[in-house]
Design a protein around this ligand. Structure first.
Ligand code: CDT
Length: 311
């Protein structure tokens, strides 16, 4: 029997600092209903989908910082999303900043969850590749302090059987690293969902800036093809508190081809009918991992983080 999953990517335009969780959840609900109206059984929301992207600022007041995190999921504010998902029979991916207190110590993660079509959380992922820096850099309009505000994810890259397929998650900067997809690929992943927010000007290098959108797609298309999986990438985009972020959310087929793409930098729903068996042809041939991979030659991948030049 064909395994088709109509999937939506619900791109999100800017969220101002003054917008409440109630406001942002109302926007997410509207997009969930639109996705459902187009037949979608799964909607992928973005990274930190309920608040403005706060790592762009140095925040010294702990109470203010804590206000951007969720301490429970569902939270009171997000409960309507879970209720609507169950009512409509649509699953969702949601990114948020997570605060866990254990033994009196606070732990902060950049997290996403996968919720199935009954409104039940079936998976959690914590972002492994945190971009940016831990201390504010001088002379910058915006920081990117993810290394200050989050710990690296401690859950690895698991996959889950749900929605009729094998589903995996990652978050934003993770999409640039081949290891992200390959670890899920080795578990047979059929769809990788991810939210991202990618500001222009973050490296203060104009030449690279002009390639930001190209690199966004390049990373996801390569990850999809090389692991024979669907990739659904959902942006938080537009001009948010003066920081311009790229859009172009996409649904990428296991062939590496883009089959749907957002054209605005606002709230926008795109959909595609994803055949979860489409990766089979690649998994059985050019990317038959058991037949062709040579782990004995890949030791450095797990032994070494940075480059060591030869003598
Ligand atoms: N959110 C996120 O991971 N963004 C990064 C850019 C950060 S700028 C230092 C990205 O890889 O898109």
């Amino acid at each position: 029997m064909a395994r088709h999953l109509i999937t939506a990517s619900a791109q999100m335009g800017p969220i101002t600092k003054s917008e409440t969780r109630r406001d942002t959840v109302a926007r997410l609900l509207a997009m969930m209903r639109e996705a459902h109206g187009r037949g979608a059984k799964l909607v992928v929301f973005t990274e930190m989908a309920q608040t403005t992207i706060f790592p762009r600022w140095m925040i010294e007041d702990e109470a203010e910082l804590d206000s951007y995190y969720e301490t429970a999921m569902p939270s009171a504010a997000t409960q309507p999303l879970f209720d609507e998902a169950a009512k409509l029979g649509i699953g969702f991916y949601l990114g948020y900043a997570e605060l866990v207190t254990e033994g009196g110590a606070k732990h902060r993660f950049n997290t996403s969850i996968l919720v199935d079509q009954t409104g039940t959380i079936i998976g959690k992922y914590r972002k492994v590749h945190l971009p940016g820096w831990a201390e504010p850099l001088p002379n910058r309009a915006f920081q990117h302090l993810e290394k200050r505000y989050f710990e690296p994810g401690d859950l690895g890259f698991p996959v889950w059987r749900s929605m009729g397929g094998i589903m995996g998650m990652c978050i934003c900067n993770d999409r640039r690293w081949p290891e992200t997809y390959r670890v899920m690929g080795l578990q047979g992943v059929e769809m990788v969902m991810l939210g991202y927010n990618t500001p222009f000007g973050h490296l203060n290098t104009q030449p690279m800036d002009s390639l930001t959108l190209f690199h966004n797609h390049l990373s996801m298309q390569a990850g999809a093809y090389q692991n024979a999986t669907w990739v659904v990438g959902t942006a938080k985009c537009g001009n948010e508190e003066g920081s311009q972020m790229g859009g172009q959310s996409v649904i990428v087929a296991p062939s590496g081809e883009i089959v749907a793409q957002a054209v605005t930098v606002e709230d926008e729903v795109i959909t595609a009918k994803c055949d979860l068996d489409m990766g089979r042809i690649y998994k059985d041939t050019v990317f038959n991992f058991a037949q062709h991979r040579r782990p004995e030659a890949y030791g450095l991948i797990t032994e070494r983080a940075g480059v060591i030049l030869p003598e």
